[in-house]
Ligand binder design. Structure first.
Ligand code: NDP
Ligand code: 2IT
Length: 450
């Protein structure tokens, strides 16, 4: 694996392996970025002399804390909380909180590392960070969720702030959780510091379009990729994995742009609805009832298949958007997609495609966008929420969506331009990683060794 890297970066990668043993996802994320730096190996002596790459790979601060809470039966539970403040060269740390039993330091670090470059690509002044907990919200009552969020914030509050670190949602953290988190922050600090968190509800400092932003942004990006190749979403069959926040609004925007989404999934399996997903039903089940996709199949009767074995990537489609979680699209999935004639894969999730799968897609000529570029609409709209909070303003849905679309078009343009300039036209992975890296590295050089 390491031989694929330019010799100039091999020692750095070996150091990352040695300093962060066992952190598989973090290694994967670092490797992908280092691979994309090949065209600048040896071209920026100031990066080498300031040890930019080594510093980028070492978080500025890592916080791990105990989160005790009491369930409805009076039993005490102990979870682990994380916040990795990775890089603040271009702005306060910014990135979501994930509540999922699989959360560990490696996962938080891979997410925080990717966030650095994603946030730089938005063109907005936000650094990179990520956090979360191994807490499992499934099956918990509202009161249990509230008590957990309050306990989590009782430690986190001392580390965050409008000018320091601004968390938001991610898997398992949405409007409900952010409400409890913001309430506890406000109570402890006695400050109505709106821009300390994003993804807030509209009546208390939230932004229009933030709920929709990641899914919409991913589809705007996919649309740009198709347009750049003389194609469009009109009439395309699409498959979207996941059925959470990102997936639901990716489905909505695909339908608005004339495509048809025929399959989505949750951790219990996937559904195929050849008529096109019924979005109202999906929202009712997932956003209101917090239910399972089996309920969708039950409600639609025999017309819909719920499949618990096999893979959603076996469903033939032209457009595939992985919007669930990391490494959910493996080599076998890529092979199935290619065999069925997929034209485009754009990542709504973070690092959903394994390195082997990504290689196959690119070799097969599939248009392939990494999450850093294609899912940046969520965090970009978070930065727009911070702007509105700072100016005590609130923008219309139309204005905010137009800003989001423009940002996604600009990211697409910048990725293309970087890939062209560095000799690999059409390579969105290289364009995103290298483009984001150069912005952060130049800021780090300007600020000296800190
Ligand atoms: P949600 O919690 O709203 O939804 C997650 C969805 O993915 C659910 O359908 C869930 O199924 C499924 N899922 C999660 N983990 C697994 C797993 N291990 N195996 C199978 N299915 C799984 O999260 P989001 O929609 O917010 O996030 C989805 C992805 O998008 C993540 O990778 C996140 O990092 C990324 N992202 C999110 C942004 C945002 O603004 N929210 C911004 C940019 C990226 P189930 O309910 O059964 O667990
Ligand atoms: O992965 C991501 O970009 C997010 N979960 C959103 C982060 C944010 O701060 O809005």
């Amino acid at each position: 694996m390491i031989e694929e890297l330019h010799p100039a970066f091999q020692t750095e990668f070996e150091q990352v392996l040695a300093r962060n043993p066992g952190e598989r996802e973090f290694h994967q994320a670092v490797f992908e970025v280092m691979l994309s730096l090949t065209p600048i190996a040896g071209t920026h002596p100031e990066y080498a002399s300031w040890s930019i790459l080594q510093r980028v790979c070492e978080p500025e601060r890592q916080i791990i804390f105990r989160v005790p809470w009491v369930d409805d039966q009076g039993t005490v539970h102990i979870n682990r909380g994380f916040r990795v403040e990775f890089n603040s060269a271009i702005g306060p740390y910014k990135g979501g909180l994930r509540f999922h039993p699989s959360v560990n330091l490696s996962i938080v670090k891979f997410l925080g590392f990717e966030q650095i470059f994603k946030n730089a690509l938005t063109g907005l002044p936000i650094g990179g960070g990520k956090g979360g907990s191994d807490f499992d919200p499934k099956g918990r009552s509202d009161l249990e969720i509230m008590r957990f969020c309050q306990s989590f914030m009782t430690e986190l509050y001392r580390h965050i702030g409008e000018y320091t670190d601004v968390p938001a949602g991610d898997i398992g953290v949405g409007g409900r959780e952010l409400g409890y988190l913001f309430g506890q922050y406000k109570r402890i600090t006695n400050r109505y510091e709106s821009a300390v968190l994003t993804g807030k509800g509209l009546p208390w400092g939230g932004s229009q379009v933030r709920t929709e932003a990641t899914g919409y942004g991913t589809v705007f990006f996919a649309d740009e990729m198709l347009k750049a190749n003389g194609r469009s979403l009109e009439g395309k069959r699409a498959v979207v994995s996941g059925s959470g926040n990102v997936a639901i609004y990716a489905v909505e925007k695909i339908h608005q742009l004339g495509g048809k989404v025929i399959a989505c999934s949750d951790s219990g399996g996937y559904i195929v609805d050849e008529a096109g997903l019924d979005l109202d039903l999906l929202k009712e089940i997932k956003e209101v009832r917090r239910g399972r996709l089996t309920e969708y199949a039950e409600a639609r009767g025999g017309a819909v298949r719920h499949i618990t074995d096999g893979s959603i990537w076996d469903v033939p489609c032209e457009v595939a958007l992985p919007c669930a979680t990391q490494n959910e699209l493996p080599e076998a999935g890529a092979k199935a997609l290619i065999a069925n004639g997929v034209e485009l894969v754009a990542e709504g999730a973070n690092m959903p495609t394994t390195p082997d799968a990504a290689k196959l897609l690119v070799q097969a000529g599939v248009l392939y966008a990494p999450g850093k570029a294609s899912n940046a609409g969520g965090v970009a709209t978070s930065a727009l929420e911070m702007q509105q909070n700072a100016s005590r303003d609130s923008w219309s849905f139309e204005k905010t969506e137009a800003r989001l679309q423009h940002i996604m078009e600009t990211i697409h343009h910048d990725c293309m331009e970087t890939a062209d300039k560095y000799g690999d036209p059409g390579n969105y992975v290289m364009g995103a990683n290298l483009g984001g890296y150069l912005r952060v590295a130049d800021a780090m050089v300007a600020m000296g060794v800190i």
